[in-house]
Design a protein around this ligand. Structure first.
Ligand code: ADP
Ligand code: ZN
Length: 224
């Protein structure tokens, strides 16, 4: 069975970082709508031009734009890939449309939705202090994960910058948007019996907790 899993969580809950760690030790292909949108903005693609104003304000990009990039990504394959979505779906409409696409592709239902739970003060601190490398995309934090030399990437020497949507006001708006949408999504996936709540304060423990669920469900499948 081709598995689809989802990382759900507030901005700053660590979805991107955890997803990267999971790709190192599993077969899942990481699909981040946020990353795809940022790439489209940088490349000045049509999708990027449509999305930019929403992203800069911390608002959600319209569902039709998101579904277009997700469908396009899945169509690019490979067909036998197991996908791990990060930052998608963000609305109940996106969740329903995703189910429709998965059915279309014979992929069945979403297997697990990991809800990364982190206290709100922590996510605000993480986002405000976050710095990203322009060269390689490595992520730092001004206090928690400082680079050796301020403003310079340890990995590639690239310039570190603050994402435009990581300034205080936009961060608070993104959290607000998340709170409004999350409840519906959580109920939707809880209703399907696939929601797994994960205490996501510590990175290593978060990865281990997710792997434990994934391994457990593989074993159950193998016995079928
Ligand atoms: P975060 O989860 O930290 O906000 P992302 O990189 O996932 O970061 O998203 C950044 C921005 O991209 C969002 O604020 C939103 O404007 C847009 N975005 C990303 N994914 C979606 C989505 N599935 N639906 C609508 N907008 C999205
Ligand atoms: Zn770098």
């Amino acid at each position: 069975m081709l598995e689809t899993i989802i990382l759900l969580g507030a901005p700053g809950s660590g979805k991107g970082t955890i997803a990267e760690e999971l790709t190192n030790v599993t077969e899942y292909i990481h699909v981040s709508t946020g990353d795809m949108l940022r790439e489209a903005v940088k490349a000045e693609h049509e999708v990027g031009l449509k999305a930019k104003k929403y992203m800069d304000e911390g608002e959600l990009v319209p569902d039709d734009v998101i579904m277009e990039i997700v469908r396009e990504r899945l169509d690019r394959g490979p067909d036998e890939a197991h996908y791990m979505f990060d930052g998608f779906p963000r609305t109940i409409e996106q969740a329903q449309l995703l189910d429709a696409v998965l059915t279309r592709d014979g992929r069945g239902r979403v297997a697990h939705v990991f809800l990364l739970e982190v206290p709100e003060e922590v996510v605000v601190d993480r986002l405000e202090g976050r710095r990203v490398c322009r060269g390689c995309g490595a992520v730092y934090h001004v206090r928690n994960i400082p680079p050796e030399k301020e403003g310079v990437c340890d990995e590639c020497g690239g310039e570190l910058y603050q994402r435009k949507d990581d300034d205080k006001n936009t961060v608070l708006n993104r959290l607000d948007v998340f709170r409004k949408q999350a409840e519906e999504l959580i109920n939707y996936y809880d209703g399907q019996g696939v929601l797994r709540r994960i205490d996501a304060l510590d990175r290593e423990k978060t990865v281990q907790a997710i792997l434990a669920v994934l391994n457990d469900s593989t074993e159950t499948h193998d016995q079928d």
